[in-house]
Design a protein around this ligand. Structure first.
Ligand SMILES: N[C@@H](CCC(=O)N[C@@H](CS)C(=O)NCC(=O)O)C(=O)O
Length: 212
């Protein structure tokens, strides 16, 4: 059994999608970021960086283990299930390449774009333009890759699961802000449609259920 600590944000949804895709049994614990529950000592004991997602895998080989950082969790679950990450060879390298591209690029950059456009106490035009432009550049990179392959690394993988929850959130907004960079982004649009139709993705994107 897996205890899963999450909230209604893209980094959490990467993991709920993967858990659903693998059919792994899990219990969801909603960590309300608006109420600053990520700073509670019992959560910090599992996730010292005070961010969701985190898991405790009670049936890991060698005994129970707690893991924070969404990329590390995706790798753990892929290795545990034997799914969505080839065991070796160039196919594995390609999945890891695009997974780390998401972890170091799309996630932090789109996160800052969202922060400076909707949450910052003052409007900072340079920061807004910097993060929206870099998000647009990254989406164009994704679009070019998806013009060559059906999914990011060939077959559907943890790289797609890591990237989809971010791109679905910002694609229309960034495309309309930077049409000169992204154009129609038709390959990303096709990829969004294909992934969004997967039953596990529909379920995973609705985790955690919170009263509105
Ligand atoms: N690199 C981390 C980022 C996690 C992250 O930024 N989580 C956000 C929600 S999407 C969070 O918990 N923020 C709470 C805070 O910063 O206090 C990962 O991929 O797991």
């Amino acid at each position: 059994m897996i205890d899963f600590y999450t909230w209604t944000t893209p980094n959490g949804r990467k993991i709920s999608v993967m858990l659903e895709e693998c059919g792994l049994e899990y219990t969801t614990h909603a960590v309300n970021l608006q109420k600053e529950e990520q700073f509670k000592p019992e959560f910090l004991a599992i996730a010292p960086n005070n961010k969701i997602p985190a898991i405790v895998d009670h049936d890991a080989p060698g005994g129970p283990v707690s893991i924070f950082e969404s990329g590390a969790i995706l790798l753990h679950l892929a290795e545990k299930s034997g799914k969505f990450l080839p065991a070796s060879g160039p196919e594995r390298a390609k999945v890891l390449e695009w997974l780390f591209w998401q972890m170091g690029g799309i996630g932090p950059i789109m996160g800052q774009a969202g922060h400076f456009t909707t949450q910052a106490p003052e409007q900072v035009p340079y920061a807004i333009d910097r993060f929206i432009s870099e998000s647009a550049r990254l989406i164009k990179v994704l679009d070019t890759q998806l013009s060559k392959t059906e999914f990011m690394a060939g077959e559907y993988s943890i790289a797609d699961m890591a990237t989809y929850p971010w791109v679905i959130l910002g694609f229309d907004l960034i495309k309309s802000a930077k049409p000169d960079v992204i154009g129609e982004g038709e390959n990303v649009a096709r990829w969004i449609r294909m992934i969004g139709e997967r039953p596990a993705v529909i379920k995973g994107m609705a985790v955690p259920e919170v009263a509105s």
